[in-house]
Design a protein around this ligand. Structure first.
Ligand code: NAP
Length: 256
């Protein structure tokens, strides 16, 4: 399946997996709708995507936690950009790593508002058009954390368990249409994820990847690209992947 000229909407495109996914689709000549809050970073990704071969790029300054902003962003797309073919519902974050009974409630709310409500708002705004046009593919960034809870991460894991349920529910609800729904569920990927989790503490973030060869954003982008280029009758429901140093969220082999 050629992606040339297809409109691909990537949330959380300013960094990490989203930015790597933008480059992967750019290399296929897609048209990219890129969204995130940090306009400066998004502009850098946009110009790099054009260098990588994107047919065109349209950037949207968007906080997915605002349902009105999400709906407005989709409603006000220029006509040439309105018919989204592929949604990569990727924007997300973890905040804090603490026992449930001592965790910061502000952190919980930020994760729930972004990873669950933001995910829903974006899907709710984009999928109706896909159903009407009888074409489309939604890729949700889940996580291995949605499968097995790890200590001090209950709320993040809960948001990813919710993402899994949302993805599965969406696949059921579009049954009877040609719209495809895929969840990509990675283990440890080295991005800004841990820096964000630890509120900018680079030392703590580096420890997460110490002694292992983690997945990269490019590894995840590769899987996303593979999932969306299967023949049209094939729906990849879920891809779960880890670095070879990780068996699951609880079992990680670290070299000394
Ligand atoms: P990252 O490098 O920190 O990138 C996160 C992206 O999400 C950024 O572009 C950020 O952009 C965006 N974002 C965060 N909050 C947002 C909001 N309210 N509105 C709009 N955009 C927002 O982390 P990443 O590893 O690429 O994470 C991407 C996705 O993969 C997340 O859903 C994460 O849960 C999932 N994931 C990551 C890992 C991992 O180990 N890294 C593993 C499994 C799953 P702005 O800050 O500019 O808005």
């Amino acid at each position: 399946m050629s992606l040339k000229g297809k409109i691909v909407f990537i949330t959380g495109a300013s960094a990490g997996i989203g930015a790597a996914t933008a480059m992967a689709f750019a290399g296929e000549g897609a048209r990219l709708l890129l969204a995130a809050r940090r306009a400066g970073k998004l502009a850098e990704v946009a110009s790099k995507a054009l260098e990588y071969g994107a047919q065109a790029v349209h950037s949207i300054d968007l906080d997915v936690r605002s349902r009105h902003a999400v709906q407005r962003a989709i409603d006000e797309l220029p006509p040439a950009w309105a018919e989204i073919d592929i949604l990569v519902n990727n924007a997300g974050l973890s905040r804090g790593m603490e026992k449930l009974y001592t965790g910061r409630i502000e952190d919980w709310e930020e994760m729930i508002d972004t990873n669950i409500k933001g995910l829903l708002y974006v899907a709710r705004a984009v999928v109706p058009g896909m159903v009407v046009r009888e074409r489309g593919h939604v890729v949700t960034l889940g996580s291995m954390a949605g499968e097995i809870v790890y200590p001090n991460g209950a709320v993040y894991c809960a948001t990813k368990a919710a993402a899994r349920a949302i993805n599965d529910g969406l696949r059921e609800d579009v049954l009877g249409t040609p719209v495809r729904v895929t969840s990509v569920d990675p283990g440890l990927v080295e991005t800004d994820f841990s820096l964000v989790r630890f509120h900018g503490d680079a030392g703590k973030a580096a420890k997460v990847y110490k002694g292992i060869t983690p997945l990269t954003g490019e590894d995840i982008a590769d899987v996303i690209l593979w999932a969306v280029t299967r023949p049209e009758h094939v729906n990849i429901a879920r891809v779960s992947l880890t670095s070879v140093n990780q068996a699951n969220t609880l079992l990680i082999h670290r070299e000394p």
